[in-house]
Design a protein around this ligand. Structure first.
Ligand code: IVH
Length: 673
């Protein structure tokens, strides 16, 4: 029992860490907020049942993502906590009961505020001037994004009164119309669209070029007065908000004072009704204790204040009609049905398509052309069809049948017994070709920015490119002659294509789009076998002898390179100057049984290391056999602390873990290799 719980807890921690990375560092969540919350809740429940599973630094006790390596890390004067969630009235009442127990007597008043889905920000004013703006980071250490935030017009550079010092919290967000416009432009330029306004806001604030931030039309609402010098703190949060407004800061006019929980519930319902019409996305409302002295009595857990809770609204839904069901052919030939919808606004963006996943899903939901359907944005990422409104079904609607021939090339479609999708068997299917090019150019692949759908479609239609090797023969003239391509964009794309020649081998192996070879498998193959030619020539025995490579992947690699076209493609890529061999550092990166002074050591990196990016330092350590982890515990062998190292350094010192700096790190790793 406990073993099973331990395994599950480990798995949950791994998933949570991964999703935090997607969300906070890459600004690209892979699952919906509700799905993420469910993971955290399951872990918290396990830890409550089996206290021995609690570990230092468990995600149940920490907030957010680590600060990214591109920005200067700054320790917050006052930590930025996260909020506990409530999903319905029952959970909200529970929260209040816990609060009342902590208060032992006094009954608080509340303030309800829209919970804007943006990026939380700590702002610091001194002598009335905006001096600093910091992201939340992990709650203790954030990133200094001051130059970028100065470009946000609703954040005053100068307060109306020159207080000695004012610390406040607010949410930077992108209004729905600005978000729609930004994505329209990005799509036109062949850049990936942002999944939702929150990611767009976070991506725009965490840019290295403040002039781009300035063009993004960001806004802000101030929601917490954190500290004040020169004037006494007000007695209530409501007065604090009034003071912020008086000083010229933007305060949400929809914030409401409520005398008790019933009023809170009525306010929450009212806000939910208005939600869709608001010019910004809200994912819920925040309920806060009004009296500051009661907040102090209630206190906080390591992660949440007891005096506030986020009330989450269910994902936004809308009703619309299915015009058509199209079948999309992916890179691997997989056929995916997609519903073409009468455009409808959901969660602030116009939705005209929704995925129907696969044949079984379509059958289960029985979606037909002409049906009226309920659609929902799963975490505001990919719209889904939730259900059909059967009462509105037109009499002539017939069940949808997946085609048995590829809609793009006419080749036969085959569905393997153990698979949920049918695949096109055509060797030269144009749809597969298109997706193969897009995959090759994708961020995790060869990262050729600007080579998006619009461009790929034109290049294919004009016959200028047939496969990925042809990309390296493109010239400026050809590119500049395409629709919506100026000379400047053309030369940018060309520079990107050129830069892709030098990408590490594992990216090339991934970018080739071999089935079952994801990023991890590509990394292992590149690290162990060291050259694309070796991978291409390896028998299944050699392939399965590589750690983590199973028979399915091995077989698929063989099938891929047994095709003469694919061997030819690899040869042409090599001839075009694309790197097909791993550099020495990349080779050893996944050695299965490393030896030497670093082998098996658990190392934590913190702060900015002089001369190294976080990635490089990590790769270096892993190449030497060390395990790089995110949190300092008694099991940590060494902490490498750079500039502006924060809580991890403190913790290492407290636990007596050995700490070294950038230079010592460079010297030690040099010695070891
Ligand atoms: S109060 C300790 N008020 O929601 C108090 N947060 O899940 C912390 N948010 O990180 C936050 N609107 O980014 C507060 N009116 C509001 C908010 C708000 C949005 C965000 C904020 C925070 C997250 C918590």
């Amino acid at each position: 029992m406990i073993e099973e719980a331990r395994r599950r807890a480990l798995e949950l921690r791994r998933q949570i860490a991964e999703h935090r990375r997607h969300y906070y560092l890459e600004n690209a969540p892979a699952i919906s907020d509700a799905e993420y919350d469910a993971l955290e809740r399951e872990l918290a429940a396990l830890e409550a049942r089996f206290p021995e599973l609690r570990s230092d630094g468990s995600p149940t006790e920490t907030v957010g993502g680590e600060p990214g390596p591109e920005f200067v890390a700054v320790r917050h004067a006052i930590p930025l906590l996260s909020l506990d969630n409530a999903y319905d009235e029952g959970e909200l009442r529970h929260w209040e009961q816990r609060l009342l127990r902590a208060l032992r007597g006094p009954v608080p008043r509340y303030v309800v505020e829209p919970k804007i889905d943006g990026l939380s920000m700590a702002l610091l004013y001194r002598e009335g001037r905006l001096e600093g703006a910091f992201t939340r980071g992990n709650g203790v250490v954030g990133e200094d994004v001051t130059p970028n935030v100065r470009t946000i017009s609703s954040i005053p550079g100068q307060l109306r009164r020159p207080l000695a010092r004012l610390d406040l919290r607010g949410e930077v967000y992108m209004p729905k119309p600005a978000f729609a416009e930004l994505n329209r432009l990005r799509t036109e330029e062949g850049l990936p669209a942002f999944a939702n306004p929150r990611n767009a806001a976070a991506g725009s604030v965490r840019l290295l070029d403040a002039s781009i931030t300035a063009s993004r039309n960001l806004q802000c609402f101030a929601y917490e007065l954190a500290a004040l010098e020169d004037a006494s703190m007000p007695a209530t949060h409501g007065e604090g908000l009034a003071l912020l407004a008086e000083l010229g800061l933007p305060v949400n006019p929809l914030n409401r004072a409520c005398a008790d929980l019933d009023e809170v519930l009525a306010t929450l319902a009212e806000l939910e009704r208005r939600r869709d019409a608001l010019p910004y996305v809200i994912d819920g409302a925040v309920v806060k204790v009004d009296e500051l002295h009661l907040r102090a009595t209630a206190g906080s857990t390591s992660k949440f204040p007891r005096w506030a809770v986020a009330f989450k609204y269910p994902p936004e839904q809308a009703r619309t009609r299915v015009h058509a069901i199209l079948v999309h052919v992916g890179r691997t030939g997989a056929l995916t049905p997609v519903a073409e919808l009468e455009p409808v606004v959901v969660g602030g963006t116009t939705v005209a398509r929704a995925t129907l996943h696969n044949e079984d899903e379509i059958r289960r939901k029985d979606v037909r052309v002409g049906d009226r359907v309920v659609i929902e944005k799963a975490g505001e990422v990919i719209p889904q069809v939730v259900r059909v409104l059967l009462e509105d079904r037109p009499p002539e609607a017939v069940p949808f049948v997946m085609p048995d021939h590829c809609p793009a090339c006419g080749a036969q479609v085959v569905r393997e017994p153990d698979e949920v999708v049918g695949r096109c068997t055509g060797a030269v299917c144009p749809a597969k070709r298109r997706e193969a090019l897009l995959h090759y150019a994708s961020r995790a692949g060869m990262d050729i920015q600007g080579l998006g759908e619009a461009l790929v479609d034109q290049l294919l239609a004009r016959g200028q490119v047939r496969d990925v090797a042809d990309l390296y023969r493109l010239d400026l003239e050809t590119l500049a002659a395409l629709d919506r391509m100026g000379h400047k964009s053309a030369s940018n794309v060309l520079a990107q294509i050129d830069a892709s020649r030098a990408r590490p081998l594992h990216r090339l192996l991934y970018a080739l789009g071999i089935r079952h070879v994801g990023e991890r498998a590509a990394r292992v193959l590149a690290g162990e076998l060291g050259a694309a030619r070796v991978v291409a020539d390896a028998g299944e025995d050699l392939l399965t002898s590589v750690p983590e490579i199973g028979p399915k992947t091995a077989r698929s690699v063989r099938v891929f390179f047994d095709q003469p076209d694919n061997r030819d493609l690899l040869a042409r890529l090599g001839a075009a100057g694309v790197r097909t061999e791993a550099l020495p550092g990349e080779r050893t990166a996944v050695r299965s049984t490393p030896s030497g002074p670093w082998a098996g050591k658990t190392v934590v990196l913190t702060g900015t290391l002089e001369g190294w990016t976080r990635e490089e330092a990590k790769a270096r350590l892993e190449a030497l056999g060390a395990k790089v982890v995110g949190t300092v515990s008694r099991n940590t062998d060494l902490v490498v602390a750079g500039e502006a190292a924060g809580s991890k350094l403190d913790r290492a010192r407290a636990l007596g873990v050995r700490v070294i700096g950038s230079q010592e790190f460079a010297a030690l790793t040099e010695e070891a290799s």
